[in-house]
Design a binder for this molecule. Structure first.
Ligand code: UD1
Length: 417
């Protein structure tokens, strides 16, 4: 257990390079099981979730070594088709290993995954996609037992464009015989990034970024070196820090189009935004205007992973804002913590109405999940006095040394055990 202590009231100014994206790194790490040669992954973020995935790969028999921010992965000797229960429960993304494990070993045993407690998070779409590819799946006492000796290409239609189910289906389909199409696929940039990686390994995948993805089973094995794409959510979070502190922050090394919906909302609340080819600069207003309606949606809609941070911004807006959370059903747990700092909001199911207040007051609050924790840090940057965010280990799942990054922008912030 650790906590982050912030003294608010300082405008944050400066530049940051966006780190590698967790949500890109995790499926790509899983996909390394499908590599026929060693792989070098550059710019891997050092996060708890990544460390857990590395541990999972090692228990399956892969050799995985860090060299600075490069991960060297050799999966040629991997033989184990069972995920250890404690690791698969600790990490929601352990589910991504199902597709690659079935691809490599033709069978897999996993447990129902854990991760942030932000709703029910079922895996029915993953299972339906794997079933369509000829995998038989038995669920017993919390274990998922998959048998995939008849893995074959199929036409898959996802009932919802789930990011994880799309990625899992792609990773199983590359190892199947024949052709697969995935309709109503997730269009997130991280899916495109996975496609690029698999193509580097020698697989045939195209269409990612659109709603239909085409996969031809089979591989012409290649050695791959791949740089993990920049984290659009971490970048968005730090840009929100400029908006909430009346600061001036430049994020470098990003693809600005991937932050289109976030930038749109920052402009709407009165930020000045400058966009160049690989950079976004945000200058925050003295006090942000309210946001009439923010609705989370699959990409390119407003990301659910930025909802808590934009919520924090709305708490000090000059007016009343509304947020509709369409993706996860239990993702407003930051609201009650922000209320302890003086925020005023009312939650009804998936809708939050937030009446902006002039000042927040620092106090002790609990991070209940990853992005909610980041939102509390943002609120602390604006609040009068000292805010203690307990449960900082949630934040470490998605932000590498958030205190170091924010200190470099002028924040008074420290982490305590
Ligand atoms: C990924 C991201 C996560 C982000 C989410 C939505 C990673 C590692 N994580 O999670 O940060 O918040 O996308 O952008 O990339 N669903 C089902 N059945 C399933 C799968 C999903 O009903 O089998 C539902 C979920 O409960 C949720 C919605 O679909 O309501 C979206 O989930 P999904 O897109 O799958 O999110 P993840 O891949 O888990």
């Amino acid at each position: 257990m650790s906590r982050i202590v912030v003294t608010g009231g300082l405008p944050l100014c400066g530049e940051l390079n966006a780190p590698g994206a967790k949500n890109a790194a995790l499926p790509i790490l899983a996909a390394c099981l499908l590599a026929h040669h060693p792989v070098r992954l550059l710019g891997c973020p050092k996060l708890t979730d990544v460390a857990n995935m590395v541990e999972l790969l090692r228990t399956l028999g892969c050799s995985v070594n860090w060299d600075g921010d490069v991960l060297n992965i050799d999966s040629r000797s991997a033989q184990c088709h069972e995920m250890p229960e404690h690791l698969s429960k600790a990490l929601r993304s352990s589910i991504f290993l199902l597709g690659p494990m079935i691809g490599k070993f033709k069978r897999a045993v996993a447990n129902f995954p854990g991760g942030c407690d932000i709703g029910v998070r079922p895996i029915d779409l993953h299972i339906a996609a794997l079933n369509a590819l000829g995998v038989s799946i038995e669920e017993s006492h919390g274990s998922i037992i998959c048998e995939g000796s008849n893995l074959k290409g199929a036409a898959i239609h996802l009932d919802y464009p789930s990011v994880g189910a799309t990625e899992n289906a792609i990773m199983a389909a590359v190892a199947a015989k024949g052709e697969t199409t995935i309709q109503n696929a997730a269009r997130e940039p991280e899916v495109v990034h996975l496609q690029e990686f698999l193509c580097k390994l020698g697989y045939t995948v195209n269409g990612a970024g659109s709603s239909t993805i085409y996969i031809k089973g089979g591989c012409t094995p290649k050695t791959a070196e791949h740089r993990i794409m920049a984290d659009r959510i971490v970048a968005g979070t730090y840009l929100c820090a400029a908006a909430i502190t009346a600061g001036d922050i430049t994020m470098r090394g990003i693809v600005p189009e991937q932050l289109g919906s976030i930038v749109g909302k920052l402009k709407e609340c009165g930020c000045e935004v400058i966009t160049e080819s690989e950079l976004i600069r945000v200058k925050g207003p003295k006090r942000p205007r309210e946001l009439k309606r923010v609705e989370t949606m699959p990409y390119p809609g407003f990301p659910t992973d930025m909802q808590a941070q934009i919520f924090a911004l709305c708490t000090i807006a000059d007016g009343t804002s509304m947020i509709v959370e369409n993706v996860f059903e239990n993702r407003f747990r930051h609201a009650s913590e922000l209320a302890r700092m003086g925020a005023e909001s009312c939650i009804n199911g998936r809708i939050a109405v937030i009446r902006g207040v002039k000042t927040l007051t620092g106090t002790r609050v609990d991070a209940k999940d990853l992005r909610g924790g980041a939102a509390l840090v943002l609120a602390g940057l604006r609040a009068e006095g000292e805010t203690e965010v307990c449960g900082a280990e949630h934040i470490s799942r998605g932000y590498e040394a958030i205190e170091t990054a924010l200190s470099s922008l002028g924040a008074k912030i420290r982490r305590e055990p």
